[in-house]
Design a protein around this ligand. Sequence first.
Ligand code: SAM
Ligand code: FES
Length: 349
Amino acid sequence: MNEISFIAQKLISEHSLSKDEYALLIINRNPEISEMLLSAADKERRKIYSNKIFLRGLIEISNYCKNDCLYCGIRRGNVNCSRYRLTKEDILTCAEEGYSLGFRTFVLQGGEDGYYNDDRLCDIIDSLKTKYPECAVTLSLGERSYESYKRLFDSGADRYLLRHETADETHYGKLHPDSMSYKNRIECLYNLKEIGYQTGCGFMVGSPYQTAENIAADLKFIETFSPDMCGIGPFIPHKDTPFAAERAGTPELTCFLLSVIRLIKPNILLPSTTALGTIAPNGREKGILAGANVIMPNLSPVSVRKKYELYDNKICTGEESAQCRQCLETRIKSIGFEIVNDRGDIKFI
Ligand code: SAM
Ligand code: FES
C-alpha cells in the first residue's frame, strides 16, 4: 500500500490524523482515494442516519452588517448592496409557511445588524418557540457577547452556527479587516458550546490564500472542538468585493472534505450547501453522496432573496419556498435518499 492509501485507511479506522497527514492527504488525493473515502463516509453516515436527510428552513432576516469581511457580498463597504431587514411579522410568516411545508427547524441568519438587539431577538425566538414548541430554532447572527448568547439561549434558541472561517490566525487576517479578530471568533465558539447550544463551525473551501496546511488546521480544529454541525461550502467571488477577481473553490475538493469530515465525526450534522449547488450542476446531490446529511433551503420572502447575495449567481433566489421544497424532494429521491420532516437533532453514539 502506498503512503496516501495508508493515510486514508488510517482515517477510516481511527477517525483522526495528524495535521501533516491531513495536508498530505489533501495534496496527494486522487479519484481512487476520493472514492474510497466517499464510500467509507457513506457507510458511517448510514449506520447512524440511514438514508435520511434533514431540512433546515433558512430565513435571512437582515443583510445589514457592521463587518467588512473581504469575501462577503453583504459587507458594510458594498455600496451596491440594497439593504433590507425583515420585521417580526415577516419572520413569523416565513416560519408559518415553512411549518406547513414540513420544516421543523428554522434558521435565523443575517449580517451583524445592531437593530437586532437581544430584546428584539428574544421576543422573536419566544414567539417561534411558543407557536412551534416541537421545532428547533437555530441562530446564525455572527459574533456577540457571552451575555447576549446566554439571553438568546434562555429564550429558547437551540442551536448556533458560527463558521470559524479558517483555523489559521494569519490566514484569518488575510480574509478580514483588522477590526475583526480570530481569537474572538474562536472564543465565541467556545462560549456557545459552554452555554449549551448545539454548535456549528465551518469554513469556505478555496478561499483566497488558503493552503492545504490551512485546511489541515481546519480539520484538526474540527477534531478538537468536536462541533455538532459543520458548514463547509466553496468560496465563490462576489463582484462588488475586494475578492471579485479571485478564483472560486472547487466542488471536487468540497466533496472530498465532506467525506473527510464525516469520517472524523461520523454523527456530525453536515449540510450540503447552497454554495455547492451554485458552483456545480447537482452540487447539493454530490454533497449528499459524499457524506452530507442536511439541506438548508431558503424560506425568505422571494422579494428579498436576491438582496442576500453573499456571492455571485446564488441559486434558488427566484423560487417560492414551496417550489424549492418540491424540487429538493425530487432531487434527493433521485439519488436514493429521503427527506424527513423532523427537528433532525444530532444522534449520539
Ligand atoms: N453574519 C453571520 C456570520 O458571520 O456567521 C452569518 C452570515 S455570514 C454571511 C454566513 C457565511 O457565509 C459566512 O460564515 C461565510 O463563510 C459565508 N460566505 C460569505 N461570503 C461568501 C462567499 N463569497 N462565498 C462563499 N461563502 C461565503
Ligand atoms: Fe430551490 Fe431547487 S431547491 S429551486
